[in-house]
Design a protein around this ligand. Structure first.
Ligand SMILES: Nc1nc2c(c(=O)[nH]1)N[C@H]1C(S)=C(S)[C@@H](COP(=O)(O)O)O[C@H]1N2
Ligand SMILES: [Mo]
Length: 307
């Protein structure tokens, strides 16, 4: 665990007027604070479905849909810290760096986990958080300081931040060149992964048993990296017919949906939930493959057994 008596945040780089500056933990706590409810979701959430549903496995942790969490985060807007460090109008990229071990692969040391975000996002809603759900950040989630980048993939949300580089040139690290980039036949331009896609998940075990000839109240969650969820539709006949689910009040990061599974005789069924966000992005039956297995946003076929 990092000792806040000796820990300091160091802000430096060519995107600042002067030499930059450091901030102690207490100094950060005295700056203006803001709160946001945001999910942190790994870019690889849902990766196992590239194999399960599309027959094209992607290497890496075979996540189902559990690589996401939502919390209430409180801290200092990154913009406030950058301003006080002497932000220049020439700044283009802002790159926080973690104090966890450097990453060594194939004999090469790639340095600390770090990944740039563009200055526009940095000044918009990126938050240097000190608290999670009303308490100091737990060690696992980045104590003493973490960057929360709402709507962006997990790795943008750097934990245990010790340094922030502000640059007047684009910045590169392992995490926006070799990793977290869309590669494969469908992505000749190899775009860097930034925002999360639209997804939904049932709050139900895969293969759960439902009672025959009985209506069953089911729930799930839907979320999107770029705008609130607008609607969720459900199919239990492989997309032939759809029923609009009811949406609870959203809490800023995801929304719970409700659907009543209708009376059915015994047999195997698949629940399909299809979320659509306010920008009209909607879950599709399949998604093009990418080598990293990122952003699996297709409709997930959730098996249930009526008994
Ligand atoms: N310093 C640092 N920050 C990091 C990581 C890391 O390994 N080191 N992992 C990233 C990835 S890949 C994800 S998905 C999220 C996970 O956040 P959580 O542990 O709070 O769920 O943290 C991100 N921030
Ligand atoms: Mo991740």
């Amino acid at each position: 665990m990092i000792d806040v008596q000796t820990w300091q945040l160091e802000v430096f780089g060519s995107g600042l007027h002067g030499p930059g500056r450091t901030f102690t933990y207490d100094q950060l706590r005295q700056l203006p604070q803001r709160e946001v409810v945001a999910f942190i979701e790994c870019a690889g959430n849902g990766r196992s479905f590239f194999a399960l549903q599309q027959g094209t496995p992607a290497p890496g942790t075979q996540w189902g849909l559990g690589a996401i969490g939502v919390a209430r985060w409180r801290g200092v807007p990154l913009a406030e810290v950058l301003k006080r460090a002497g932000l220049s109008r020439r700044a283009v990229d802002v790159m926080p760096s973690g104090l966890d071990a450097t990453v060594v692969s194939g004999g090469i040391d790639y340095g600390h986990v770090r990944r740039p975000i563009p200055i526009a996002k940095a000044l918009d809603d990126a938050l240097l958080v000190l608290e999670m759900n009303g308490e100091p950040l737990p060690p696992d989630h980045g104590f003493p300081l973490r960057l929360v980048v709402p709507g962006w993939i997990g790795v943008a949300n750097i934990k245990w931040v010790g340094q922030i580089e502000v640059s007047d040139q684009p910045l590169f690290s392992l995490w926006n060149t070799q990793q977290y980039v869309m590669t494969g036949d469908a992505y000749p331009d190899q775009p860097v992964v930034t925002t999360q896609t639209v997804k939904s998940a049932w709050e139900l075990a895969r293969g759960a048993e439902l009672s025959a000839y009985t209506p069953v109240a089911l729930t799930g969650r839907a979320w999107s990296g770029t705008s609130p969820i607008h609607r969720v539709d459900v199919s239990i006949d492989q997309g032939a017919t759809w029923t609009q689910a009811r949406l609870n009040r959203r809490n800023g990061a995801w929304v719970r949906f409700r659907y009543t599974f209708p009376p059915r005789p015994a047999g195997d069924f698949e629940l399909w939930a299809r979320a659509t966000d306010a920008q009209g992005r909607t879950q599709q039956p399949t998604v093009p493959f990418n080598n990293g297995g990122y952003l699996f946003g297709a409709i997930v076929r959730h098996p249930v057994v009526v008994v």
